[in-house]
Design a binder for this molecule. Structure first.
Ligand code: SF4
Length: 328
């Protein structure tokens, strides 16, 4: 059986927001509450959900930028969440990240050559300046930027070009996994499509595994293989693109998808308007955390938390209903 390149088991992250006054118990933000998934070479898994649902914290925790509270992270079968920073260095090159805002993630005082050379030196991947020249030129070709740009600064590029530089920097260490944390969210529609096409092209050429974190469902539908839908720190539905976009089985997924424009002219999707706001991750409702907003909620939903169960090959959902009515 094929081994996943990245495996996350029961990941939890709580942020302590301090003890209350007069001896009240400490309060916690439950940012991630028991998330598990596997990601395979050449695959794109997208994590979607409203802002604040915990999807970016999943990325930061996997990357070791935020310490996890509980759970395990495995890279190519080796557990990495317990490693020291030093022990993690040789493995870190195999998992890279592209952030939302390329302008703030690229050092404005460094020329592009220096930005791309930094990971090559940090991971000890080159022996000479000539090797650096060769490799940075190759990286510019891979992201379809002119080699002339190597002597320029980030501010001399457009937003889309800066994101290409961010991708080139992520590719420098020849990673197996790239985590794209809202990597195209800040870009114009046409530029978004170009960057997504570039990522797909690089994936098919290099066999990259992509963990694509986004709230933009139209883009996700265009480029993903599988989707995990997140609500208040938990996955509520996981399936293939066809299962999630073609036959969503969780009321929250149905509501999320109802707001995505349908590409075919004349086709309609009935908009499901969720009642109320997303509850606070400090005071989550008991039972199913979605029950106060769910149009199908019944007694059991307010007392018992539903577990993820599969009713179709590879299609998982956390809901007490055996069958959720099909969205209109
Ligand atoms: Fe709605 Fe109940 Fe299913 Fe939660 S468990 S999604 S409240 S029907």
């Amino acid at each position: 059986m094929m081994q996943p390149v990245l495996q996350v088991i029961n990941l939890k992250k709580q942020f302590n927001v301090g003890a209350g006054w007069f001896g009240k118990a400490a309060r916690h933000v439950h940012a991630i509450d028991g998330v598990s998934f596997e990601l395979y070479a050449g695959e794109t898994l997208s994590i979607v959900g409203e802002s604040g649902c915990g999807k970016s914290t999943v990325a930061r925790t996997i990357l070791g930028l935020t310490e996890l509270t509980e759970g395990e992270v495995h890279l190519d079968g080796a557990r990495i969440d317990q490693l020291s920073r030093r022990a993690l260095i040789p493995l870190r090159k195999r998992m890279q990240v592209v952030f939302q805002d390329p302008f703030s993630s690229l050092n404005p005082k460094m020329r592009v050559r220096a930005i791309l050379a930094e990971p090559l030196r940090n991971f000890d991947l080159v022996k000479s300046e000539a090797e650096i020249d060769e490799r940075v030129a190759e990286l510019m070709d891979m992201v379809q930027l002119s080699r002339d740009g190597l002597s320029r600064y980030p501010h001399e590029f457009s937003g889309g070009q800066r994101q290409r530089i961010g991708i080139a920097r992520a590719l420098a260490s020849r990673p197996d996994v790239i985590i794209c944390d809202e990597a195209v969210s800040a870009l114009d529609v046409s530029v978004k499509a170009q960057i997504v096409n570039l990522l797909q092209d690089l994936q098919s050429r290099l066999g990259l595994a992509l963990l694509f974190i986004s709230h933009d469902l139209a883009i996700v539908e265009h480029m993903t293989h599988r989707v995990a839908v997140m609500y208040l720190g938990k996955f509520v539905e996981i399936g293939t693109k066809r299962q999630i976009f073609g036959a969503p089985q969780h009321p929250y997924t149905q509501a999320l998808l109802s707001s995505v424009p349908v590409p075919e002219p004349g086709a309609k999707r009935t908009r499901i308007v969720l009642r109320g706001d997303v509850p606070s991750p400090i005071n989550r409702p008991p039972g199913c955390h979605f029950h106060k907003r769910c149009i199908y909620a019944f007694d059991r939903c307010s007392t018992e938390s539903p577990v993820l169960r599969s009713n179709d090959e590879g299609h998982w959902r956390a809901c007490h209903l055996d069958a959720v009515p099909k969205a209109g």
